[in-house]
Design a protein around this ligand. Sequence first.
Ligand SMILES: [Zn+2]
Length: 240
Amino acid sequence: MGAKQESTSGSKDADRRLGRRALLVGGTAAAVGTAVLARDELARLWWRAPGVEKPREQGAVDYTGARWVAASDANWRRADRPDDFGIDMVVVHVTQGSFASAVRAFQDPGHKAAAHYIVGQDGRVTQMIRELDVAYHAGNRDYNERSVGIEHEGFVDRPQDFTGEMYAASARLTAGICARYEIPVDREHIIGHVEVPGTDHTDPGPHWDWDRYMKLVRRAATSGPPSGGPTGPTPSGTGV
Ligand SMILES: [Zn+2]
């Protein structure tokens, strides 16, 4: 599961945005004949630039196999990834509870944590936070900003919870994420929550079969259907 961590800071955000946007805004600055803009000025300017914010459609999902159920907006932060923060990582979690209890937790504004996706033991995939937004799932601000978080229904000490359907569905989902953001399919970029620096979480635990999972992700990455962009709203927006 996720963990609360989000602190407020401005300067680091601004610096990272600046790096990505400097070229774009630099061109604008040159066109109006301004030789030098202060860093603060530049950081503000890109927020005003038209077309920066991507269009959002109610109920849209980033993965065609997912059903949308919105998380409480207390459990994530609005962003414009991958333009403001690059995405180069997938973080694998285990819910330590049922699929339904994970959905309820992420809908609860008091939970202060949520992942982008939950994958059930039957292979169903629910998306609760858009990939362009920052979900509070890793307990580490930097890792939250650069990653997509996937929860898996089960308990870390119950190997029988990690079903073939769940591995296969999750692998297709992860392969799609890797394709969308050109993330290498390896264990440097597809990690467990336990591998996030500073975490006290142990998920996905010793029974998560990384060799099996990575094989499935690689297979889905090479043979799977193109992941494409966001799709329209799913027919039924509720349920678990
Ligand atoms: Zn976790």
